[in-house]
Design a protein around this ligand. Structure first.
Ligand code: C5P
Length: 225
């Protein structure tokens, strides 16, 4: 049957993290940022000098990996991430870490491991899960599924503003290219590609602000109890 879970999938920069956090607060659900977990694996690979294609070393890394997600600080979008009890800060959120996360996330081994962790985290329901495959693979029983899209230009612009607000310098044109490249890789990989679930509500946020998207989702949830 359907589980009290909301899934929000879509390409990078579509506004998923802000929308997910606000929607979770409105519903009093827990926000599960699955992308942060792929970034955590990427981070560990870089820390330990592991080539993401090195199956043996990645297997070993995964067997020792404990990821803890804590709610964002007040006024912040990003969940706090603890890797083996050590908190990692904004270095997880750089575009470079996003690219590396996209690479590690194409490995079946990594996906199997993180998908299992996510399903455990969501076993009791009452979560808003955000990512690329949360409606298709991780929580196919979710009661409410959304696919949040926007034009690449709008997404690059939003992502640039977000990174600047964290004090990072950004070249918006380069960012646009990275976003297009990462979406292509995420969409074309053979396992768990980025795509809308058949039963997902597709929302194009190009002309909408965050509050409008959240309200639209709340309305759809209320209309489909
Ligand atoms: O959402 P975020 O930009 O933090 O995700 C980083 C990368 O992690 C994505 O580009 C994607 O390759 C991967 N990812 C994934 N499946 C998810 C969430 C993220 O493959 N459910």
């Amino acid at each position: 049957g359907r589980k009290p879970i909301v899934t929000i999938d879509g390409p990078s920069g579509g506004g998923k993290s802000t929308v997910s956090r606000l929607l979770a607060a409105k519903l009093q659900f827990t926000y599960l940022d699955t992308g942060a977990m792929y970034r955590a694996v990427a981070y560990q690979c870089r820390e330990q000098g592991i080539d993401p294609d090195d199956n043996a070393r990645v297997t070993n890394l995964l067997s020792m990996l404990r990821i803890t997600l804590l709610p964002p600080d007040p006024g912040e979008d990003d969940v706090r991430v603890l890797i083996n009890d050590r908190e990692v800060g904004t270095s997880l959120r750089t575009p470079e870490m996003g690219m590396l996360a996209s690479r590690v996330s194409a490995m079946p081994l990594v996906r199997a491991s993180l998908t299992g962790m996510q399903q455990e985290m969501g076993a009791a329901g009452y979560i808003v899960a955000e990512g690329r495959d949360t409606g298709t693979v991780v929580f196919p029983q979710a009661a409410w599924k959304f696919f949040l899209d926007a034009s690449p230009e709008v997404r690059a612009h939003r992502r640039a503003a977000q990174l600047r607000s964290k004090g990072m310098e950004v070249d918006e044109q380069a960012l646009l290219q990275q976003i297009v490249q990462r979406d292509k890789e995420d969409s074309e990989r053979s396992i768990a590609p980025l795509m809308a679930a058949a039963d997902a509500h597709i929302i194009d946020s190009t002309g909408l602000d965050v509050a409008e998207v959240v309200n639209l989702m709340l309305r759809i949830i209320q209309e489909n109890p």
